[in-house]
Design a protein around this ligand. Structure first.
Ligand code: PMV
Length: 361
């Protein structure tokens, strides 16, 4: 599909008012997206596990304006209270998606949003937040166009979410989502995420992700700035090429359930992401001493006990500890005994692979 496929059909039957609500999960990338072109087009393809517990719930009440106007009109409540400082981001998002959902300007919207995870946990809410918002908008569009099928609904929701925050396009469906054109992945697209189209061993169907909250404060460098620094980065082209190769390598890994190869690719991806940050100009480091302590303890534990526990990192200091269901008890014991002491206030979140967003009735 191409961009113009997402322009909405002319509409005549605008509902007068209503309310829709969706809960969308976060996701954790295995092959990382880092670097982008104009209009949120990724510089390389990526793949992620959709999460389950870490999610944003958003409702959107819409009422037709008395008179048409060419501006967006909305109130925003975060965890029940007006949140003025979130509004510019949403205004920018609405401007980016205007051409695809022109009906939005016909309404005054009241958006209420909340996260399942603590606000200042250092977990980015932009993926789940933009996904939930996009699904609410698509739900309104579907009321005007009831014949819209689920496949298009999800694709366009992912397409819109991408324009809010790139990785948000991987937070619509579960459980393994690929985004970005790749020559060996049929139907892959830079415009939206797709369900991973190849065989996936049951081992990877119920993976766990325990998120260790190492540093809950604001990041020194935002993802937006980080992506930007990949322009003119001395290693950028090799890095983008490597992401393509890692996606190729993962095909056999997912099919066979080869957890050792999985670990090599996933940990290398995490460290490469941070290596790109450290070799940007200006350079920066988002890991903290405790991030490295945790990584070293995971490596020591894995080699001593032959338990397939590994880590990945987002653009921050928190560590995502990944492990299959079969070693759950051992992994939790190890995390409690050795890793929790490196978490801020001992906080961590037990999450697992999930099946995607759902409508709240
Ligand atoms: O979606 P953004 O612009 O916040 O970028 C997210 C980038 C990473 O989380 C670091 C990697 C990824 O693929 O999710």
């Amino acid at each position: 599909m191409i961009e113009s496929d997402f322009f909405s059909d002319p509409y005549s039957n605008l509902p007068k008012q209503g309310k829709v609500a969706w809960k969308a999960p976060s996701n954790i990338a295995l092959v990382k997206y880092w670097g982008k072109l104009a209009h949120q087009i990724p510089a390389n393809p990526s793949i992620s596990f959709t999460l389950d517990a870490c999610a944003t719930t958003t409702s959107m009440a819409f009422g037709k304006k008395e008179e048409s106007s060419d501006t967006f009109s909305f109130d925003l409540l975060f965890e029940g209270k007006p949140k003025e400082d979130f509004k510019p981001k949403i205004q920018t998002f609405f401007e980016r998606i205007d051409a695809y959902v022109p009906f939005l300007k016909e309404y005054h919207l009241v958006i209420e949003t909340s996260n399942s995870f603590p606000h200042s946990s250092g977990i980015a809410s932009s993926a789940s937040g933009m996904a939930a918002l996009s699904l609410c908008i698509m739900d309104i569009e579907k009321q005007m166009n009831p014949d819209m099928d689920e496949v298009f609904f999800n694709k366009k929701a992912s397409f819109l979410a991408r324009l809010g925050s790139g990785s948000a396009c991987r937070s619509i469906e579960g459980d393994l989502i690929q985004w970005g054109t790749h020559k060996n992945i049929p139907e892959s697209s830079n415009l939206y995420g797709i369900k991973y189209p190849f065989e996936v061993h049951p081992l990877f169907k119920n993976y766990h992700d325990t998120i260790l909250l190492v540093h809950k404060g604001q990041k020194q460098v935002s993802s937006t700035v980080g992506h930007e620094l990949m322009h003119g980065h001395p290693f950028a082209e090799n890095r983008f090429q490597q992401a393509h190769e890692n996606l190729d390598a993962l095909k056999a890994v997912f099919a066979s359930g080869d957890v050792e190869e999985f670990i090599k690719i996933v940990e290398s991806e995490a460290l490469t992401l941070h290596a790109m940050m450290m070799t940007s100009m200006p350079y920066f480091i988002l890991m903290k001493p405790d991030t490295l302590e945790i990584i070293n303890k995971i490596w020591a534990y894995r080699s001593e006990n032959h338990v397939p526990i590994c880590f990945t990192l987002d653009a921050g200091a928190n560590v995502h500890v990944l492990y299959p269901e079969s070693v759950k008890e051992k992994a939790i014991q190890f995390i409690q005994d050795e890793l929790v002491e490196h978490c801020e206030k001992g906080h961590y979140i037990c999450d697992r692979i999930g099946q995607g967003a759902r409508k709240i009735q």
